[in-house]
Design a protein around this ligand. Structure first.
Ligand code: ATP
Length: 919
């Protein structure tokens, strides 16, 4: 084969670069290279500079000038250098250091902050949990990364200083011992000389070898029952015996990671399984997003490129085939497949070649049938060959920062007078749209959490839209939840990015707040609701997005910037008037403040101020009060700057409706006050008698996600589709808003099914355990007879029995070991009943079972959610119950090391109080 001088020169530099060392740079000068190739220095210089332009070589403009092979440097340092010329050696080494990927522990795993983020979180919890971590079981099909994750958990523990860097990581494949329990016990626990035939000397076991470190027991289903029993004794007390020496207790501190490809209930003895609080299920490769699959394919090819010191190109066809093939052996098989392809290609390539092309026929045979017919013959070879380093991975963090960056750049252009405010907004909207295209079409979401967030966001958007008379179309909540979720996935990185630009971001937020005060007000309230409902704090950048979103969807539209507040004496006079007015207007215009008869104006003013400051936004108010004396409130409020308050006396529902309509029309405060006394005819008719869609609501006090799971189980039990909407909904909201909740206005709710009764008048409630026991299934059947035959209804009941077993429901509710958790929870509830000297109803007990189980999980994974409104009052008035609850909970405290917070005790107290109330 003919090799040109220029190619020869390139080959030579490539070989030299493979042994690159900054201490030995002389070999990379044009002089040296020309001598070695045997051409003039001038010609060598010309070729070298051409190769720099062609992106093949790097040039360092030091004295003398050096030339290096770009791809070899990229491969060796695992970086992707994006330029070819450096001004000095320092600049070049800086690039090597900064560009070098310093991936630590879990960051090495593809999807660590996306598809397997929750798994990684649980793995971290298992390593970090004081005092000695928690045992963990990794499950998942073969090749999903269980061993890999175990290794990374060990690295994490070392990096975090949880264990010494010299601590051991011992990995055992338990299936090796199948059928030989004695050998297995001996190997695991060690033995004394003479313990069995052939035991010629003392032998230390794997537990001792792993002391201070990590023991990874892979294929744990291969462990004999005897050995499993010994193991859980060790897990309980940290004590074990050598085989043949039962009297001596040995101690070891070992973090144990179990793994199995089997169903945990089949793989392990119940007793052992009960001692493993964290069970992690790794997703199959097909459940990973396309982005992650792409990252894996490119990453595995890069590894091969590094191994063989060649630049690898893969045909587009190879890439597409790998993307589309279902690898039953998951990531492991994909990796092997790539390795085989490279080996096949390598075998048939020239030794001197610096590149390696991978074509379809290099792939193993089993992948072939998945290749698709391609009738497009216009492709030229270079077009369909993919350069690994040319592929920019579809990186979430890059996408977000690129978008955020463009928002900030755009603002700077405005500051530098390059564009005016309207142009700035237009560009921001265009940015917003292309980012949304990415979120909606390009990014794949495999995690179920996104659905839970979407559901809550729908409610929030509906509430805010209602309140401010604005449009937040359903795709707005869809896109916002994706935006929030995507940010959560890369939270640490995005926080860092934002922190570096904090001043500019804050400046932009303030600027937009001044320019678009109404949109800012809506965004701030949305952010407050997101915090309250999802416990997610939007960053300033998140707030800016939200604000732009509101502006985008409501460009030119009117936003209510007046808030109506009705204040009346009486237990619920103001609330009922406000809710009636809101209902008639069809929007949430009025808030209400109920006052007991003897409340004085000072106190009312205090509550008003609290309300105003709640969302930290400035809005003008119209107060509708019931007595002349309340008109003085205005004087008490004079210390709140920038707020105008209008007060109307002698409020009635009719007056409120009139004022409310005017607020919605965007009338100014003065004209509203003026016309307040006039005669008005509110448009009652169009709002009443609306034909509403029928719905069944699922609700749970634990989380919307849980309610959604129940709704899913219910839906999957139905023998066919029905025109009744099955909705999962926030229980706390239902209780708080009672019959006035938006969802009840929107739908004709047939029944509410859930773990606790929100006590909505006129709507029957069916407790979850009555579904589980089929006790109240007749009520549900009554709604279905319109749509199903008797036979289908019987089938439905059989499905319910199967799908809603307590076990099954629990599996959905918690990631901890459900059986074990239930045992403990049962103990807690029994103990509590004894201490209180009361017997709770089956319904309450079941509710507490479900609630406590979820609580333990949240506490273990540090995901506290609930809050109780009046904690101080509760703490002082219910000391006895708090003590009793803590005492009964101690069994869980001892086992999982978690304390029950007072807010949770308050919740259970309310729950039990409801139980008594009902009887
Ligand atoms: N998230 C990941 N990112 C990159 N590579 C991964 C990832 N997960 C697994 N791998 C790679 O896939 C291969 C298979 O993983 P691993 O051996 O850990 O799977 P496994 O679940 O333990 O399989 P088995 O059950 O068959 O033992 C390993 O080479 C590992 O490096």
């Amino acid at each position: 084969m003919y090799v040109s001088t220029k190619d020869e020169l390139l080959n030579h530099v490539m070989e030299l670069t493979k042994n690159f060392s900054p201490k030995n740079m002389d070999v990379f000068t044009a002089n040296n290279i020309s001598e070695k190739i045997g051409i003039s220095r001038n010609l060598a210089s010309q070729y070298l500079n051409e190769l720099v332009k062609e992106d093949k070589l790097l040039k360092i403009n030091s004295r003398p000038v050096y030339f290096l092979h770009k791809r070899v440097i990229d491969g060796n340092f695992e970086i992707s250098i994006d330029r070819n010329v450096f001004m000095s050696m320092d600049e070049f080494t800086d690039q090597l250091n900064t560009g070098k990927s310093e991936l630590k522990n879990f960051q090495k795993a593809v999807g660590y902050n996306t598809g397997i983020a929750y798994c990684v979180e649980q793995c971290k919890a298992a390593m970090k949990y004081p005092p000695n971590g928690l045992p963990i079981l990794l499950t998942g099909q073969s090749g999903t990364g269980k061993s890999y994750l175990a290794q990374l958990m060990y690295e994490y523990a070392v990096d975090e200083g949880i264990i010494e860097s010299s601590s051991p990581f011992i990995s055992v494949n338990c299936s090796e011992y199948a059928n030989n329990p004695e050998l297995e016990t001996a190997n695991l626990f060690g033995y004394k000389k003479g313990a069995f035939a052939g035991a010629e000397r003392d032998h230390k076991g794997l537990i001792q070898s792993a002391d201070g470190g990590v023991l990874f027991l892979d294929e744990v289903q291969g462990l004999s029952p005897e050995c499993q029993e010994k193991l859980f004794l060790f897990m309980d007390k940290g004590i074990y015996h050598l085989l043949g020496e039962n009297s001596v207790r040995n101690h070891a501190k070992v973090k144990i990671i179990f793994a199995t490809t089997k169903d945990p209930n089949e793989a392990l003895l119940r007793t052992l399984l009960q001692r493993i609080p964290i069970i992690v299920k790794l997703p199959a490769l097909d459940e990973r997003s396309m982005e992650e699959k792409e990252e894996m394919i490119i990453g595995f090819f890069k590894k091969e490129a590094k191994r063989i010191h060649r630049e690898i190109f893969i045909s587009n066809k190879v890439f597409q085939t790998l993307m589309n093939y279902t690898f039953s052996g998951n990531i492991g098989q994909l990796k092997n497949c790539i390795c085989t392809a490279c080996a096949n290609a390598f075998l048939h390539s020239e030794t001197k070649q610096q590149t390696l092309n991978i074509y379809l026929y290099h792939l193993p045979e089993y992948v072939f049938p998945s290749a698709k017919l391609n009738t497009d013959l216009s492709n030229q070879e270079e077009k369909y060959m993919i350069n690994l380093y040319g592929v920019t991975p579809n990186n979430t963090i890059d996408k977000i920062t690129a978008f955020y960056g463009s928002v900030l750049n755009n603002y700077e252009d405005y500051k530098n007078l390059k564009i005016d405010f309207n142009q700035m907004l237009e560009i921001q909207f265009a940015n917003l749209n292309s980012y949304y295209d990415y979120l909606a079409f390009e990014k794949q979401y495999t995690d179920l959490k996104i659905k839970a967030i979407e559901k809550v966001m729908e409610d929030i958007c509906e509430f805010v839209a209602d309140k401010y008379n604005i449009q937040l179309l359903s795709n707005c909540s869809f896109i916002m939840s994706r935006s929030i979720y995507t940010q959560m996935q890369v939270n640490p990185e995005i926080k860092l990015w934002e922190a570096k630009r904090n001043t500019l971001i804050e400046e932009l937020a303030k600027f937009l707040g001044e320019k678009l005060p109404k949109e800012y007000m809506v965004a701030a309230e949305t952010a407050a609701l997101i915090k309250q409902s999802l416990d997610i704090s939007l960053s300033s950048m998140g707030l800016i997005l939200c604000l732009l979103n509101v502006k985008y969807y409501n460009a030119g539209g009117h936003i209510n910037d007046l808030e109506g507040i009705i204040i009346c004496h009486g237990y619920s006079t103001a609330s009922s008037m406000a809710s009636a007015a809101n209902k008639l207007i069809g929007q949430h215009v009025f808030e209400a403040i109920d006052m007991s008869m003897d409340t004085h104006t000072g106190e009312i003013a205090k509550r008003l101020k609290k309300h105003i400051q709640k969302f930290n936004v400035i809005r003008d108010f119209i107060l509708l009060v019931d007595m002349g004396s309340l008109e003085d409130i205005g004087n008490e409020m004079s210390d709140i700057p920038n707020i105008n308050i209008g007060i109307i006396n002698n409020v009635s529902t009719r007056l409120a409706v009139d004022v409310g309509y005017k607020i919605c029309e965007g009338k100014d405060m003065e004209s509203i006050l003026k016309s307040a006394g006039e005669n008005m005819t509110p448009a009652y008719k169009m709002i009443i008698n609306q034909k509403k869609e029928e719905a069944i609501i699922f609700t749970s006090e634990t989380s919307t996600h849980t309610a959604e799971k129940m709704a899913e189980l219910f839906l999957s039990s139905l023998p066919g589709s029905i025109p009744i909407k099955i909705i999962s909904y926030n229980n706390f909201k239902l209780i708080q808003n009672s019959g006035e909740d938006g969802i009840l206005k929107k739908y004709h709710v047939l029944t509410i099914i859930g773990t606790s009764n929100p006590n909505i008048q006129g709507i029957p409630f069916i407790a979850l355990e009555d579904i589980i026991s089929l006790k109240e299934i007749k009520q549900v059947n009554a709604f279905l007879v319109r749509y199903f035959t008797q036979e289908e209804i019987q089938q439905f009941n059989r499905n319910i029995l199967k799908n809603f077993s307590l076990q099954n429901v629990m599996q959905y509710l918690t990631v901890l070991n459900a059986d074990k958790l239930l045992d403990y929870v049962e103990e807690v509830v029994n103990h509590l009943q004894q201490l209180m000297g009361k017997k709770l109803s089956g319904e309450t007990i079941l509710g507490i079972y479900v609630h406590l189980s979820c609580l333990v999980e949240r506490l273990v994974t540090k995901n506290q959610l609930e809050t109780h409104l009046d904690l101080e009052g509760f703490e002082s008035s219910q000391q006895l119950f708090i003590k009793q609850m803590k005492e009964s909970f101690s069994v869980i405290t001892n086992h999982y090391g978690v304390e029950i917070p007072v807010s949770e005790i308050a919740y259970i107290y309310d729950y039990i109080a409801n139980d008594e109330f009902e009887k």
